[in-house]
Design a protein around this ligand. Structure first.
Ligand code: ZN
Length: 261
């Protein structure tokens, strides 16, 4: 719900949002990067963030899902008040989970344009954080899920079902390991191309599990688990593929890799 105030250029509305980043601004204020349900990624100023316990009551922590009221003029958006919907305490108390959540948050920050509504991405991030928090499956599986679905929503879904050149179905490709071409965004069978710096070797088993994950919702697919090898291979592949589209390796990914080792 939005309403115009008496000044034509001021808009007041409420929305749900995930806190992606928080930066101090001067001695008292904070600037938050939020993924909102209504308006996609936005930056808001929280005046007196450190003092206004009443208005914000500890709602400004990373990965919190909050309900907030925003006042926006042509220059800046201000956070008026907020309350916590989901705190995800388990994530914050676990360094590996924090590292995964930070990686997802930075991916969203880097990929998404400011102010463009993307409800699918919002739902995906809330859903993934919830799963990570509840530990229904390993953190690594949630990261595979998040990255696969995020790539799909941003129009970069990896094509894993057939060779990009001869279109042979993955089931009919007669090799245990098949190359994925990062530039072409799909598989290239051994008859159609050799090794290259842009090609990653994947086992057929990993490819099959990724395809199955692409098609399923994790809640409905809880009976099937990635093997250890497929987990490592799948994660490594998706992190390289995302970095290729971002044209850089994110700081949070470097941190994640350090924690994982
Ligand atoms: Zn081929």
């Amino acid at each position: 719900m939005a309403m115009r105030s008496s000044h034509e250029d001021t808009l007041i509305y409420n929305t749900s949002a995930i806190v992606l980043r928080r930066m101090d601004y001067g001695d008292h204020d904070s600037i938050l990067t939020l993924l909102t349900r209504e308006k996609g990624k936005i930056s808001v100023m929280a005046k007196n963030a450190k003092k206004s316990v009443k208005r914000f009551s500890g709602t400004l922590e990373l990965f919190y899902v909050i309900e907030l009221v925003i006042r926006e003029n042509l220059r800046m958006a201000y956070m008026m008040e907020a309350s916590v919907e989901e705190a995800f305490e388990t994530i914050r108390s676990d360094i590996l989970k924090t590292a995964y959540a930070s990686y997802w948050a930075e991916t969203v920050i880097q990929f998404m344009e400011e102010g463009v509504r993307q409800e699918g991405v919002y739902s995906l991030l809330v859903h993934s954080l919830m799963g990570l928090d509840l530990s229904l499956r390993p953190a690594e599986e949630w990261s595979i899920y998040f990255q696969l679905k995020f790539l799909e929503l941003s129009g970069h879904a990896p094509e894993l079902s057939h060779c990009q050149v001869c279109e042979t179905d993955v089931d009919e490709i007669d090799h245990i390991r098949i190359r994925f071409d990062i530039k072409q965004g799909g598989l290239v069978c051994n008859h159609c191309g050799g090794p290259s710096p842009f090609r990653i070797d994947l086992s057929k088993g990993t490819i099959k599990q990724l395809i199955w994950f692409q098609k399923s919702e994790p809640g409905k697919a809880s009976m099937v688990r990635f093997s250890k090898q497929a987990l490592n291979e799948g994660l490594g592949f998706l992190e390289v593929f995302l970095a290729f589209h971002l044209e850089k390796e994110l700081r949070s990914l470097k941190f994640l890799k350090k924690i994982r080792n």
